[in-house]
Design a protein around this ligand. Structure first.
Ligand SMILES: CCCCCCCCCCCCCCCCCCCCCC(=O)SCCNC(=O)CCNC(=O)[C@H](O)C(C)(C)COP(=O)(O)OP(=O)(O)OC[C@H]1O[C@@H](n2cnc3c(N)ncnc32)[C@H](O)[C@@H]1OP(=O)(O)O
Ligand SMILES: Cc1cc2nc3c(=O)[nH]c(=O)nc-3n(C[C@H](O)[C@H](O)[C@H](O)COP(=O)(O)OP(=O)(O)OC[C@H]3O[C@@H](n4cnc5c(N)ncnc54)[C@H](O)[C@@H]3O)c2cc1C
Length: 667
């Protein structure tokens, strides 16, 4: 990027950097070729004049904003065709390439669910014949779809969904119905006015029997006219905290008929005469949710990298207050409290990316096994995906909020883009499985694992550490990274043991297990969190160590500093747990604190270089505070001038309302 016009602070920061930024960029992308391919797509999209907004999207009406998002995302799809035609599901791998949609609209694309859930469900839940018929059409966008599962009355409890699909053997069709107000589909992205098809998750009935929830491929609008088909009631659910352009919708059915073969039949089937063939495992119907929970980690890493870039660059440009009398005002990044707010967020983005890749590889392996009929690893994958999605989304939202606060008043401006990123990340705590609900799923797995510990069974890999800590009360502490990881595992084992004991203690005569579970559930969530933190620490440290050996020593050192900062930060945050479950002393904690402050100082000179390493184009950052050139104040004023209120010196409301008010006051 050109260095002219870059503010002096950022020029100086970049000169200080001790490693080669390009090397970090290639590492994050997964190689030089990946960087080149990503940049090529970004360059074509971001320089297309049709993509540039004259009026910033936040000034548009709700309706205009949607229409603008559709217009620009259609242009994007057209451009992307050239780059994605060789893409098949088999070579799909999460990458930073899809970040390009943030360069098109600031908020969420109305097509997100088409790519993120409609296609993955068709690929993973259809049989071969169905796949051959539907997937190419969806990939080329001949049909546009979404994933309609949640209803007004039920989101978390899928078994409680009310939409029915009743098989009629006379016509070989399913009849879809929305029996109550609470059975309306509610939330699906793109459902309102974008999609003409959707996956509908409904309760299956055949031959008078109920077989639970299954996915169906349903056309809801006419392909030519886009008018909702007879028997379909569809619309938009209205404004939200974020996701304004996601086009979330509602959907109801009135005796709406679809062919028998529109039930996705890879796992379970209904034969012509209505005979039901059971799936090998009924949880395979939930497969898309597992896929998305895995992918969400990459999304969070990316959103964190955007927020980090904005807040770190701004903190280098912004001067405020004097540390010493008669000296110039400090760059705010030099206040150690500011570094404390910023650097953990930067390091968390790296942690989520590397743990996300590890989880993705686990997902691919388990799925391959499932393909061969081996379901053994499915519960472990589910437990991992649940707690990682839950904890990482909550952490990411906390970090984005901290980045916003770190930018003071200007962080509150929509033009900083931090409020929009905040909305995007906050939503992820709820969608695709609400935080507590997913944490309790992992807790179920932990309780079973603890039964295994007690029965001296061999445990599956991600919980095998539990056996190591089952007997000792307080584990020997060591102030090393290995010691920290071991400390986190000890805390997870201790909390698992206590949650298990709490259930037993609530299991008085006459008490159901479920009630005892509910009574112990705060402890169960706490055990899940501790387990997840142990995994985040262990995997991120081993992955960052491995990566540091593949790059130059200067970059390797920075990667290890970031990874160690993550471990040290969380040791200090969770010092209470460590005091309970390890022999850590107050002197050890003081040493950790000193090391933490040392790490902040070590990272400080490279801070701008590290966020430059995320390589996020200005058009994708969308921020007055975070642009590469650091012209913060100029951009804030340029954006303020775009306010429609500034188009006229006196607003008509003065004559209509204020003046009469003032006149009345005189009387
Ligand atoms: C080339 C191709 C390229 C193109 C494409 C490439 C794509 C590229 C990507 C593009 C970027 C896109 C980025 C993403 C953006 C996405 C945005 C998303 C927006 C948001 C979408 C949504 O928001 S969409 C709705 C999600 N809505 C939920 O998320 C409900 C949660 N609610 C539950 O998920 C269940 O309701 C809940 C609680 C489990 C209980 O389910 P339940 O009652 O049936 O089960 P129980 O609790 O009774 O448990 C009974 C036993 O089942 C076990 N089990 C349960 N689930 C299991 C499972 N999944 N797998 C295995 N095992 C499972 C459990 O562990 C028990 O095991 P055990 O008995 O042994 O203990
Ligand atoms: C921005 C956004 C986009 C979405 N997109 C889609 C989409 O494209 N398609 C789709 O189908 N859905 C979508 N959803 C819906 C989403 O998946 C659900 O909102 C989510 O699964 C939570 O369900 P719920 O809203 O019913 O919450 P509830 O389950 O009603 O949760 C409310 C509270 O009850 C608690 N609770 C519920 N059950 C339990 C339990 N068993 N134990 C303890 N506590 C419990 C929760 O922890 C929470 O505190 C979207 C949601 C959002 C916010």
């Amino acid at each position: 990027m050109a260095e002219h016009n870059v503010c002096v602070e950022l020029v100086r920061e970049r000169q200080k950097c001790t490693f080669e930024v390009q090397e970090l960029i290639h590492l994050i992308d997964g190689g030089i070729t990946a960087t080149e391919e990503r940049r090529e797509v970004e360059n074509v999209v971001c320089t297309d004049p049709r993509i540039k907004d004259v009026v910033p999207e936040e000034y548009l009406s709700h309706k205009e904003r949607y229409e603008n998002a559709i217009r620009k995302n259609c242009i994007l799809q057209e451009i992307l065709k050239k780059y994605t035609e060789k893409r098949t599901w088999d070579n799909f791998r999460p990458s930073n390439k899809y970040r390009i949609s943030s360069g098109v609209v600031k908020d969420i694309s109305p097509f997100m669910l088409h790519t993120g859930m409609f296609i993955p469900t068709l690929v993973n839940q259809s049989d071969d014949e169905q796949k051959a018929k539907w997937v190419p059409k969806a990939m080329s966008m001949e049909i546009i779809g979404t994933y309609a599962q949640t209803e007004l009355g039920h989101g978390s409890f899928i078994r409680g969904l009310e939409t029915t699909a009743t098989y009629d053997p006379n016509t070989e069709e399913f009849v879809l119905n929305t029996p109550n107000l609470t059975s309306y589909k509610w939330w699906p992205g793109g459902l309102a006015h974008t999609a003409n098809h959707c996956i509908v998750v409904a309760q299956l009935y055949s031959k008078g029997q109920h077989y639970g929830v299954h996915p169906f491929f349903v056309q809801i609008r006419d392909i030519e006219t886009h008018v909702p088909l007879p028997g379909i009631k569809v619309g938009e659910i209205g404004p939200k905290l974020g996701f304004q352009t996601a086009n979330n919708g509602f959907l109801g059915f009135e005796n709406f008929r679809i062919p028998r073969r529109n039930m996705l039949m890879k796992n379970a089937q209904v034969l012509k005469d209505g005979t039901y063939i059971k799936s090998k495992n009924d949880k395979l119907t939930y497969g898309t949710m597992v896929f998305v929970r895995v992918i969400i980690l990459f999304d969070l890493a990316f959103e964190l990298s955007r927020a980090a870039t904005i807040a770190v660059r701004y903190s280098a440009v912004r001067h405020q207050s004097q540390l010493k009398a008669n000296e110039p005002e400090l760059q705010i990044i030099d206040y150690v409290t500011q570094q404390h707010k910023l650097f953990i967020g930067v390091s968390t983005s790296h942690v989520f990316r590397v743990v996300g890749l590890w989880l993705w590889n686990t997902y691919v392996k388990v799925n391959a096994d499932i393909g061969k009929g081996n379901m053994d690893q499915l519960p472990e994958l589910h437990a991992l995906a649940c707690c990682l999605k839950a904890v990482c989304s909550r952490d990411a939202a906390a970090r984005v909020e901290e980045f916003r606060l770190a930018c003071g008043g200007h962080g509150f401006m929509t033009s900083s883009n931090l409020p929009i990123i905040n909305g995007i990340v906050s939503a992820s705590i709820t969608y695709e499985g609400e935080f507590s609900v997913l944490m309790l799923q992992t807790a179920r797995f932990l309780m079973k694992a603890w039964n295994g510990v007690l029965a001296r069974k061999t445990l599956t890999p991600t919980v095998s550490y539990l056996s190591k800590f089952s007997n000792s009360d307080r584990v020997q502490w060591a102030n090393t990274t290995a010691g920290i990881i071991s400390g986190f595992q000890a805390a997870a084992a201790g909390k698992t043991k206590e949650a298990y004991a709490a259930i037993q203690s609530y299991l008085k005569p006459g008490t159901d297990y479920e009630d005892a579970w509910n009574s112990a559930s705060v402890q169960l969530v706490s055990a899940s969190e501790a387990h997840c933190r142990a995994i985040l620490c262990e995997i991120s440290w081993s992955e960052m160590q491995r990566l540091s050996k593949t790059v130059s020593p200067n970059l390797g050192k920075v990667l290890l500093e970031l990874a160690e900062l993550y471990l040290t930060y969380w040791s200090l945050e969770k010092r209470g747990d460590l005091l309970m479950y390890t022999t850590i002393s107050t002197a050890d904690i003081a040493k950790l604190q000193a090391r933490y402050e040392e790490l902040l100082a070590l990272i400080r000179p490279n801070a701008v270089g590290i966020v430059d390493g995320f390589d996020i184009r200005d058009e994708i950052l969308n921020s007055t505070l975070g642009a590469y050139d650091g012209r913060v104040y100029e951009r804030l004023m340029e954006e303020a001038k775009k306010s429609p209120l500034n188009a006229e010196p006196v607003n008509e409301s003065f004559h209509k309302y204020i003046k009469p008010l003032m006149l009345k006051a005189k009387l």
